[in-house]
Design a protein around this ligand. Sequence first.
Ligand SMILES: C[S@@+](CC[C@H](N)C(=O)[O-])C[C@H]1O[C@@H](n2cnc3c(N)ncnc32)[C@H](O)[C@@H]1O
Ligand code: SF4
Length: 281
Amino acid sequence: MSKVYEMIYLPTAQCNCRCAHCGLNFDTVDDNEKSCAEVADAIIKSKYINSNVVVQICGGEPFLRNDIAGFVIPLLKTFESCYVSITTNGISTSNIANFADSIPPNLRSRVGFAISIDGIGETHNQIRKYKNAYNLAIQTTKIVASRGFKLHINTVIHEENIDQLKEMKRLFSNIPISFIPICTDVSCDENFPYSDGAIQAFFSYLNNHPFFIKYICSKGHMSPPTDVTQGRKISLSCRMGILSPATLVLRTSRIQIVITWAISAIVDSIMYGKTATNTEL
Ligand SMILES: C[S@@+](CC[C@H](N)C(=O)[O-])C[C@H]1O[C@@H](n2cnc3c(N)ncnc32)[C@H](O)[C@@H]1O
Ligand code: SF4
């Protein structure tokens, strides 16, 4: 069996925002979420993880929890070439600052942040449905950059922010960080979110995103590659279908999505001890 070289860890399904583009099911909150340290421990005990594993922490909003370091530090110390990236809305500024300070300086080059900013000022606040989200996210980007972490900005393109992309690119180049606009990719047919004029206005920002170019050019009718789906139907709202085969998706309470059905047994084992105990992995 090939080893896992890429993982997505969703420490929580809870979120303080209600973004217009987000497909998160806010009813999935589970009070019995496992601690980050418990999940790290299960992964560390597994013999199926590559030492250069890339781990993406996403959610929900990961920094609604204050034990993310309990996941990240043990992994970085155990897997010597492991890289961890964390996507956050940047609203929990002080929690993120505490997290950043707790990472030993010699490990920071292996931790990256993607902070989601969907427009300037009120545009961002309205898309994210959170008052003051923009100011907090900007404050967070400055803190993260000043602590020596890799950093980029994730922007979901909406009709409302297209005319701000140029200014955002300029703004963020001053910090400096990379600015990566992406499209929302959940709809086709009558729900396809972009007009032809809008596409013309933002198309040049998609240079490095073959997936999004394909999505836009097909107006939402693309399907994930068949070698990944193995003939199974994956809905467009399932963006995981584009990831690599040996990807493990973990959630603290329930399994969210398993990319490669062949490794679902590992996920079951780690999370529920169904087919093997954690120590057997
Ligand atoms: C699901 S969020 C989780 C992390 C965190 N709450 C945040 O907003 O950064 C991860 C990233 O996916 C983006 N995202 C959510 N729904 C999307 C969609 N339909 N299309 C494209 N990106 C989306 C978010 O804007 C965010 O940058
Ligand atoms: S902050 Fe992230 S998880 Fe929360 S609603 Fe927005 S995109 Fe979804």
